[in-house]
Design a protein around this ligand. Structure first.
Ligand code: NAP
Ligand code: MG
Length: 505
């Protein structure tokens, strides 16, 4: 079951982790089989071979986890001082950092991403999230508010607010940044004093399970975090429906986001949604064009294009369109694809056969609708044909109304579109159902800032792309979701405010 690549030496801890199978669920501080006894396989997308067998949670395990998480809200967790809670989060950050190489390898194996991206992106960002939120428990406080009662002139009151945890948080996350998404939910939820039930994506359950071991090692009280690999329609749905869950934080497709909203209606649980995107990356002719080409390229091809923030609609000002398109295609043709763990690899496989079929289907639809395929458009050949590789793909001759220009492909497929004026590009950039991010490349600062004002997007990157930080809010406009994760904004998601009146008369 161990994958072999010529240059790769597996970290001994990882070897140990993978040799202990099947992997179990983490509920109430214990590693347990699924109640049903069922398990499923997760594979290495570079080869399609099985990587590990994992216990499969369903409704009964969710029941158990909700009981454990509820109980934990009343146990030692609730009496831990903010300072102790902060120290615990800091300890988690330190341990994650200590195990970073092993976790980067695991992430690369289970998801397919390149080891370099896992080492330089996913891991340090996940560590930062715990470190950032370790500072918050001691800073989450209420206010005193000068209240008045109109029919009691001169009456005196003392009014204050308190921020309290929302309770049991269900986190349902996708497979594109498995550990990072887990950290993004667990760190702020714990900082605010909640307990968590995490359902990782079925394609990539392993780093979440290893994270569970790290949380255990850090000394998190039992039941405060529970990790339940399983499938969306069973475990995920049970979590979204459960009356004992107070909040769901979800990242994934807009389609499933809608399902979550419906499923949550029973107890009107709080919801935050981070959904898809079809983001514009806009290049003006006055930009630093070398930099812009890198930004166009990385914007769509980072993580094999499997980013909610992928810059999948590249708008290029007409006067430099041909030159930049040519550069983009040239680069795309020379990308070295291979297993993520091979340090020479520049682009790994897609996460699954399903994702490969989905991306290939969009390429077919683009061709059928008359778009011009300039490179890629096919899966990897030769040694790559066993895995879920898809060649970096660039389309030109695309009309805005085509499916490849409107729908989220979630793969390495760029549509490059010419534009002529500011007004035109704003209207077209805003012309989808989504509004997650936008990129702008120009040296004219006024133009850049005017664009930042009018683009309907939760994040605007000016002369850069794909930058994220634990402190910077993240979330979408329009159908890219609601609520803002990260930064101080996540404190609003994971707390509720109590308003207290004291009569001083
Ligand atoms: P998805 O179905 O939305 O999956 C996201 C998470 O939701 C997974 O943990 C999934 O479990 C779970 N889930 C699925 N159905 C559910 C339900 N009825 N109730 C509760 N939870 C449910 O996304 P996907 O199928 O992995 O990918 C499909 C498309 O979604 C992609 O092509 C892309 O367009 C989009 N996507 C967006 C993001 C993003 O970051 N915004 C991330 C991933 C995918 P399972 O893993 O078991 O299905
Ligand atoms: Mg896998």
């Amino acid at each position: 079951m161990m994958p072999e690549t010529a240059t790769f030496e597996m970290h001994p801890n990882l070897r140990k982790f993978l040799s202990a199978q099947p992997k179990r669920l983490w509920i109430g501080g214990k590693w347990v089989e699924a109640r049903s006894g069922k398990s499923f396989e997760t594979c290495n997308p570079a080869t399609g071979d099985a990587l590990a067998r994992v216990a499969e949670a369903d409704r009964a395990d969710v029941e158990e986890a909700v009981r454990a998480a509820r109980k934990a809200t009343e146990g030692p967790w609730s009496s831990l001082s903010p300072s102790e809670r902060g120290k615990l989060l800091y300890r988690i950050a330190e341990l994650l950092e200590k195990h970073a190489e092993e976790l980067a390898q695991l992430e690369s194996l289970d998801n397919g991403k390149t080891i370099r991206e896992a080492q330089k992106g996913d891991l340090p960002l996940a560590v930062d999230l715990f470190r950032y939120y370790a500072g918050w428990p001691t800073k989450i406080h209420g206010e005193t508010i000068p209240v008045s009662v109109p029919y009691l002139p001169g009456a005196r009151f003392f009014h204050y607010t308190v921020r309290e945890p929302v309770g049991v948080v269900g986190a349902i996350i996708p497979w594109n940044f498995p550990l990072l998404m887990a950290a993004e939910r667990i760190a702020p939820a714990l900082a605010c004093g909640n307990t968590v039930i995490l359902k990782p994506a079925e394609q990539t359950p392993l780093s979440a399970l290893r994270l569970g071991e790290i949380l255990e090692e850090a000394g998190l009280p039992e039941g405060v975090c529970n990790i339940l690999p399983g499938f969306g329609p069973t475990a995920g749905r049970a979590l979204a429906e459960h009356p004992g869950v107070d909040k769901i934080t979800f990242t994934g497709s807009t389609e499933v986001g809608r399902e979550i909203v419906k499923a949550s209606a029973g107890n009107l649980k709080r919801i935050s949604l981070e959904l898809g995107g079809k983001s514009p990356n806009i290049v003006f002719a006055d930009a630093d064009l070398e930099l812009a080409v890198k930004g166009m390229f990385m914007g769509i091809f980072y993580n094999q294009g499997q980013c909610c923030s992928a810059g999948s609609r590249v708008f290029v000002e007409k006067s430099c369109f041909d030159a930049l398109l040519e550069k983009m295609v040239e680069r795309a043709k020379t990308v070295r694809q291979g297993p993520g763990l091979d340090p020479k690899t520049q682009m790994g496989p897609l996460v699954s056969q399903e994702q490969l079929d989905r991306v290939a289907g969009y390429v077919e639809s683009g061709k059928k609708e008359g778009a011009q395929l300039l490179c890629g458009g096919v899966r990897g050949e030769g040694a790559l044909s066993k895995g879920y590789f898809f060649k970096p793909t660039v389309f030109a001759g695309v009309r805005d109304e085509m499916r490849i220009a409107q729908e989220e492909i979630f793969g390495p497929v760029a549509t490059v579109l010419p534009f002529e004026s500011f007004e035109e590009v704003v209207q077209r950039a805003n012309g989808t159902a989504y509004g997650l991010v936008a990129g702008v490349w120009t040296q004219d600062i006024k133009r850049a800032l005017r664009l930042a004002q009018v683009l309907q997007a939760g994040t605007v990157w000016i002369n850069c792309y794909h930058f994220v930080d634990a402190a910077a809010p993240w979330g979408g406009y329009k159908q890219s979701g609601y609520g803002r994760e990260k930064g101080q904004y996540a404190i609003d998601l994971y707390t509720q405010i109590k308003s207290v009146w004291v009569d001083l008369n």
